[in-house]
Design a protein around this ligand. Structure first.
Ligand code: PGA
Length: 263
């Protein structure tokens, strides 16, 4: 795993956006795996801005979102489809038929989750997967004890996730207790993973992910099994890492090799 110690959250978002735009330039029909939550907002803003400046077209891009709450209507303010519309899709030229979410309502979910996996494969696989990380180590909604080989499926939310969500729902509403999420195996099948973690409250999670043992009890640690993961952390999120000098040195030596055209 490559660790990038960003100056601050804006610097992290800038770096991630630059990588995505570089990949898009090389492959206009890029397949993007997308995340929701507060973490990717700055990246999405930069992608919208690049599009507005005429520097990037998403007309051929295909997207697959990581997860969605079960039985939360698409137009509900808390649905991830609303989040993506607001933060990214409305501001770029992506075609609606190229946007994909895991099935999050109705019947036959096992079959439709398998179809979601097949749609990813049919698109050629995910080129770049964006990720955040939960304090309990979840990636997508793969909560602790998720199988490291899991694929898209219905997942039960933990108490902590339920508590975090309760405030977003009105008195008469029932907050979701279930979600549909890509599995850890799905995420590991992406060609490249860009993970961001910001703020002190993510510091222990970053430490566990990078320097802890691989364990389904801390799902993000499974990323150690992937050959191309870059984790962008701000100084607070990186504050519990023990090998920061090494990560810094690695990054600068690697960049030197890249600049020399040797990598
Ligand atoms: P956040 O959530 O981006 O809102 O911090 C990340 C996550 O829980 O996966």
């Amino acid at each position: 795993m490559e660790i990038v110690l960003a100056r601050d959250p804006e610097d992290a978002a800038e770096r991630v956006a630059r990588v995505i735009l570089a990949r898009l330039e090389r492959k206009p029909d890029l397949v993007l795996g997308l995340a929701t939550g507060s973490t990717p907002v700055g990246v999405y803003r930069r992608l919208r801005e690049a599009h507005a400046r005429g520097e990037a077209s998403f007309a051929r891009v295909r997207t697959f979102n990581l997860d969605e709450y079960l039985d939360v209507p698409a137009d509900h303010p808390q649905s991830y489809r609303t989040f993506m519309r607001t933060h990214l899709f409305e501001g770029i030229d992506i075609r609606p038929e190229n946007i994909h979410f895991p099935p999050a309502d109705g019947a036959d979910l096992v079959r439709r989750c398998a179809e979601y996996e097949r749609a990813i494969v049919d698109a050629g696989g995910i080129d770049v997967q964006l990720l955040g990380i939960g304090r309990n180590g979840h990636i997508g909604f793969n909560e602790p004890t998720s199988s490291l080989a899991s694929r898209t499926r219905v997942k039960t939310l933990t108490e902590r996730t339920l508590e975090d969500n309760a405030r977003f729902y009105g008195p008469g509403e029932r907050p979701p207790v279930l979600a549909v999420t890509m599995g850890i195996g799905t995420i590991l099948s992406a060609r490249e993973v860009l993970l961001q973690a910001m703020g002190q409250k993510k510091a222990q999670a970053v430490r566990n992910m990078v320097e802890g043992p691989v364990s389904s009890f801390f799902p993000a640690s499974a990323l150690q099994l992937h050959e191309r993961v870059t984790a962008y952390v701000d100084p607070e999120a990186g504050s519990l890492l023990t090998m920061t000098a090494y990560y810094r040195r690695t990054r600068s030596l690697q960049e030197e090799l890249r600049r020399a055209g040797r990598l």
